[in-house]
Design a binder for this molecule. Structure first.
Ligand code: ADP
Length: 263
């Protein structure tokens, strides 16, 4: 097994009620890099992420997290390796931001009981990392969508995982806050050595921020590679059925995708 791989997937298949959703998926996620899962609605992206997080059990094929078979990990070990930021979470409870982030410490409870003050320092640290320390005592029902997204990223970081998996973390955010989340993830890779695996819909964000793209189509891996290799007019036509042109993004020097908006 390649020690540079955070996640290694082989022969993974999943069906809901005999309806195949994922078929023979083989993919790898490199450590300390930004891997994006792309694909149209219904192509199996969330199902794949749920299998990597063992929210759904692995029935056919294998998933290795840092060279360990996921089926052999207990819940606590799993939480130490991978944290999750779910899609479109909105919690109706009257938690403060601090209490919400504390939930992320569940796999460290025994440790925190033995080490006085560790939990509070850990929560403070992830609030600083995600720039929400000023919101500590606010109720989660009374913060904006962008702030909420940072809170659930902080909760995942409080787990102290080495991998963070995010399901469309920017979908409902305005452009400034979208950019803020994606830059935060990039900083976490560079400064904290984190591995990021993320479902995105915005092709230009995927192009700008990803190191690696896994493209799904009808429950199969259409291809994987650098964003420049995977996001091309040909693949976008084949996978999404859209016509596009590429120009050069003056900031990143990577291609910028322009969809044909003619009627
Ligand atoms: P994506 O994230 O790419 O939009 P999903 O993994 O959410 O795709 O869904 C893939 C397919 O699985 C879809 O056709 C969806 O309707 C189906 N599906 C998702 N969850 C369930 C479920 N709990 N029961 C039955 N079918 C499901």
């Amino acid at each position: 097994m390649d020690p540079n791989q955070a996640i290694t997937i082989d022969g993974l298949s999943w069906s809901y009620d005999d309806r195949p959703i994922l078929t023979d998926i083989a993919a790898a996620v490199e450590k300390q890099a930004f891997t994006t899962i792309l694909g149209p609605n219904g192509s199996g992206k969330t199902t794949l992420l749920k299998q990597i997080l063992r929210i759904l059990p692995v029935r056919a094929g294998t998933v290795f997290l840092e060279s360990r078979d996921i089926t052999g990990l207990d819940r606590r070990d799993l939480a130490h390796v991978i944290g999750m930021v779910p899609q479109n979470e909105r919690n109706p409870y009257q938690f403060t931001v601090e209490d919400m982030i504390r939930l992320g410490r569940y796999a460290h409870r025994e440790h925190d009981q033995k080490h006085e003050g560790y939990e509070a320092r850990s929560i403070e640290r992830v609030m600083k990392l995600t720039s929400i320390d000023h919101l500590k005592d606010h109720l989660i029902t009374e913060i904006s969508g962008g702030e909420y997204q940072r809170v659930i990223i902080a909760r995942a970081l409080a787990q102290e995982p080495r991998i963070i998996a995010l399901d469309e973390p920017t979908t409902y955010l305005d452009p400034l806050h979208q950019l803020g989340i994606l830059k935060l993830l990039k900083q976490l890779i560079i400064n904290e050595g984190l591995t990021v695996i993320c479902i995105l819909h915005d092709l230009n964000s995927a192009m700008s921020f990803s190191d690696h793209v896994i493209m799904l189509h009808d429950g199969k891996v259409f291809g994987h590679g650098t964003p420049q290799e995977m996001i091309t007019p040909q693949t976008l036509k084949a996978v999404y059925g859209i016509t596009t042109q590429m120009v050069e993004d003056p900031f990143t020097r990577r291609p910028y995708i322009i969809p044909d908006t003619n009627l």
